[in-house]
Write a protein that binds this ligand. Sequence first.
Ligand SMILES: [Zn+2]
Length: 276
Amino acid sequence: MFIQHTIMPNLEYDNMVKVARGKMKVAGQTFQYHCYLYEGLLIDTGPPRAKNHIFTFTDNERPNQVFLTHYHEDHSGNAAFLREKFQLPIYSGPQTRSYLSQGFSMPLYRKVLWGRKVPKYRPSILNDHVIQHKSGTLLAIHTPGHSDDHYCLYDPDRKWLFSGDLFLAKKVRFGMKEDSVPRMIESLQHILTFDIQTIFCGHAGIVEKGYDALHAKLEFLLQLSENTIKLYQEGYNIQEITVQLLSKNKKIRWLTHNEFSPHFFIRSIVKETFNS
Ligand SMILES: [Zn+2]
């Protein structure tokens, strides 16, 4: 399958954040990645397919450390290489470290889209859930749901949130097998106890009015859960509820061999609500 990788021009935000970004286009679908450099700290490292891009960015900008929001290859894909090439220390949450040090399997579509397998390596864990950068301290906040190892980084001085894959979009209609909507809801409720202005999303890019955007996503997921539970209690099964409530877009399901599908969202709500 032909993948078109386009490197997009770097962005700068508030003279403090530089963004390396690009997109993969396959069969008319586009997937973007964003890596953020904030005062010497590189947050996420892009997919393996973007190795040359991230190498050039790192060579020019010279970060002094790296944090990975979660183990997925479009975030962790170049960290081992950056450590080897530039001797950069790599940090992550504890679960991310165990996934990356044991190695993890990827469904075929993810290998095709993002590139080769991620080599095994062992990031370091943060002390006390904080990471220092050149002009301040960021808090690492565990925000499971998209994956159970997921962390966001929060800057209390500027009210910025480096949100990894917690946000993605106000209305997310597709998920992966490991997605848990109930845990996403808990993580969004927790993160919304912080005063947030701008969010820096791993795929959607920089979102101003970040608090409102995260709140809109929370509302969407709460409504989806409520509707799912109601329909399930009325006797509909997961497949029927998915067709009623979420996208019927078959193209993404076809492209990903059903690994990326709306029914994982509905399934997680039913399973975790009814323990079935
Ligand atoms: Zn992810």
